[in-house]
Design a protein around this ligand. Structure first.
Ligand SMILES: *[C@@H]1O[C@H](CO)[C@@H](O)[C@H](O)[C@H]1NC(C)=O
Ligand SMILES: *[C@@H]1O[C@H](CO)[C@@H](O)[C@H](O)[C@H]1NC(C)=O
Ligand SMILES: *[C@@H]1O[C@H](CO)[C@@H](O)[C@H](O)[C@H]1NC(C)=O
Ligand SMILES: *[C@@H]1O[C@H](CO)[C@@H](O)[C@H](O)[C@H]1NC(C)=O
Ligand SMILES: *[C@@H]1O[C@H](CO)[C@@H](O)[C@H](O)[C@H]1NC(C)=O
Ligand SMILES: *[C@@H]1O[C@H](CO)[C@@H](O)[C@H](O)[C@H]1NC(C)=O
Ligand SMILES: *[C@@H]1O[C@H](CO)[C@@H](O)[C@H](O)[C@H]1NC(C)=O
Length: 561
């Protein structure tokens, strides 16, 4: 709504370089339930979501209309240089980014943000198949490798505050079994980060919702299921996407959430905030969140969102961009006034923060369905081994064939069921805590395994290894391994093992050329919503902006005849 301010990206970049000259950003780590910089100063996240909204495809099965595409905002040097002065006006110390492309170069944006004292919170999930599918959750080698690929691409930067292993995967009590897979992802990512000496925090960003599942979710993701006060399966920081403060509400708006989290052992913050109902958003909750008593419970908040994002309840966004021009809004000015007037609390001091502890793992009940038996660490080598020695292989004809894996799996399991077989080996259930020995493999390997089982159960009839031309008898199957079962036994000697994963062979860390000028169209995912359900707005009127988790390749349920 304000006058457009045009800047030449080059000038902005030059100004930036001059303003910089500082050393590496201090490491931020957990002590007790708080965050501290290296020098012992308490750290609170004063952040903003920074990613353009991806293409949202209307889908009746996707209540939040999550985006199906994204544009990585950290690859566009000119756009980062264009936006940085505005981020600096806001006074943020962190930006949250929902999806990045690990094969691209992020040096310019990451370095510019670092020099400006801005940390990044990087979500590891990608739209469509690059996330834990809330409707059919699993924790698989392809996802693990994607997560590791992103970590490898960002590990060289000093300003990654946290990696999120998921955003709003769980949206209702019935879906809480998926938490077992989120927790396994946190465990394996923590283990990988330790192995490369990264101190980045591991986080999860939760959709807000009813206490009956949000509280156990926070406890579950932070709990130690070995009962030895170990954080080896725990996240380091819990994010809550909270939109409950609207208009000129008072501090009491947060009484419920404050009570819920008052005794929480881990650092927690609002991984998104800002009212979802119609503007104006006054941002008068900012001084409330960042001072006692809330700052004794929460470690800051991330405002949603720098770029425009559309929901049916209204629009979010602080600025509009047109090429190199940024136009700020009243929303921007009000947030800026609040953010720039903040003085961070300094208490408790690091020495008073106590040692880090972990909550007890919640028991299962009708609103909390996750088992305390976690899925194993996905084993890339074992799945490659299996794919190579099964008797009948999925043989995709084009690079696009991952789109048909889901329906072929349904078909394979159905056919197998008709022969008295089943798909237990490829199935995972976070509620019963039962994980088939092939369940952590990528969808294509699972499919080859199921095709082989069907081929063998029908006495290797040639017509059984066909699947409409999508399968081929494996001429290289070793003659001394007879059958899918034996193949699995041979390759998956210890299928329930937990171990430190390593980077997949052939992964390369960061990539090629940086940047380009315009900030393109399209773009990223983001978030969320839930707020409608919480605050009484009709859920049907709210279209979340959601990112990342839904529709995996295993899109449809495994239907056994
Ligand atoms: C990452 O960028 C490369 C090069 O533009 C592109 O081919 C690839 O599809 C992108 N990956 C994702 C997950 O978007
Ligand atoms: C998602 O699908 C694309 C296209 O088939 C594929 O390249 C990518 O590896 C898949 N990602 C995961 C995590 O499976
Ligand atoms: C299930 O347990 C959680 C605590 O872990 C509790 O908050 C919730 O209310 C319980 N649900 C029911 C239906 O009792
Ligand atoms: C700035 O913060 C102080 C408290 O730290 C408060 O008294 C003052 O009203 C705030 N100013 C504005 C413009 O909000
Ligand atoms: C890839 O598969 C999807 C889903 O089957 C289809 O909609 C799309 O047109 C395919 N793209 C290409 C290039 O074949
Ligand atoms: C997991 O097991 C429970 C209990 O048997 C069942 O109700 C649920 O449908 C199963 N979930 C999946 C995804 O198979
Ligand atoms: C492969 O599977 C897909 C999905 O079931 C099917 O549409 C197609 O006809 C099959 N055959 C070939 C040759 O693609």
């Amino acid at each position: 709504m304000h006058a457009a301010i045009s800047r030449l990206a080059g000038l902005a970049a030059a100004a930036l370089t001059l303003a910089a000259g500082v050393g590496a950003l201090p490491k931020v780590s957990r002590q007790g339930r708080y965050l501290y910089s290296d020098d012992g100063t308490r750290f609170l996240i004063k952040g903003i979501a920074y990613q353009e909204q991806g293409a949202v495809v209307a889908d009746p099965n996707s209540p939040f209309s999550e985006p199906s595409t994204f544009i990585d905002p950290l690859t566009d040097s000119a756009a980062c240089a264009r936006d940085l002065p505005f981020l600096q006006q806001l006074g943020v110390n962190a930006v949250r980014i929902y999806s990045v492309n690990s094969s691209l170069n992020h040096d310019d944006c990451m370095n510019a943000f670092s020099q400006a004292g801005i940390y990044t919170i990087i979500d590891l999930a990608l739209p469509t198949n690059g996330s834990i599918d809330r409707n059919n959750p699993s924790w698989t080698v392809n996802l693990l490798n994607q997560y590791i690929g992103t970590i490898d691409a960002f590990n060289k930067y000093d300003n990654v505050l946290a990696y999120n292993v998921g955003n709003e995967v769980i949206t209702a009590p019935a879906g809480t079994g998926a938490a077992a897979f989120i927790k396994a992802a946190a465990r394996d990512v923590r283990s990988y980060l330790n192995s490369i000496s990264s101190s980045a925090l591991v986080g999860y960003a939760a959709q807000d919702g009813d206490d009956s599942w949000v509280i156990p979710l926070a406890n579950y993701l932070g709990c130690d299921n070995s009962n030895s006060n170990s954080g080896s399966t725990a996240i380091d920081i819990f994010g809550l996407n909270n939109y409950e403060f609207c208009g000129d509400a008072t501090a009491s708006a947060y009484n419920g959430k404050n009570g819920d989290f008052a005794g929480y052992e881990l650092p927690a913050y609002f991984s998104e905030f800002g009212c979802v109902s119609q503007p104006p958003r006054l941002w008068t909750e900012v001084p409330i969140i960042f001072s006692a008593p809330m700052s004794d419970i929460w470690s800051g908040a991330v405002a949603f969102s720098y770029f425009p994002a559309v929901a049916s309840d209204g629009s979010f966004g602080m600025v509009t961009v047109d090429g190199s021009t940024v136009t700020t809004s009243d929303d921007f000015d009000r947030l800026k006034a609040q953010y720039s007037n903040l003085t961070f609390p300094t208490t408790p001091s690091k020495t008073d923060a106590g040692s880090s502890a972990f909550p007890a793992c919640p028991s299962q009940n009708s609103t909390w369905l996750a088992s305390n038996t976690l899925p194993p660490t996905p084993n890339d080598a074992a799945c490659n081994c299996l794919e190579n020695i099964v008797s009948c292989q999925f043989t995709p004809k084009t690079s696009n064939d991952s789109a048909i894996v889901g329906s072929l799996l349904d078909l394979g399991c159905s056919l197998l069921g008709q022969q008295g077989g089943n798909c237990d080996d490829i199935s995972a259930n976070g509620t019963t805590g039962t994980y088939g020995r092939v369940a952590f493999c990528d969808p294509e390997t699972k499919l080859s395994f199921v095709m082989s089982e069907f081929y063998e159960i029908t006495d290797r009839a040639a017509t059984s290894c066909d699947f409409g031309g999508n399968a081929t008898v494996n001429a290289n199957a070793p003659s001394n391994v007879n059958g899918a079962n034996a193949a699995a036994t041979s390759c998956l000697a210890n299928p329930s093992a937990t171990f430190t994963p390593s980077a997949p062979s052939g992964s390369s860390g960061s990539g090629s050329s940086g940047s380009s000028g315009s900030s393109g169209s399209g773009s990223s995912g983001t978030n969320n919503n839930g707020a409608a359900a919480i605050f009484g707005a009709s859920p049907s009127t709210f279209v979340g902006l959601g990112v990342a988790f839904v529709f995996s390749v295993l899109g449809s349920a495994l239907t056994l005849a």
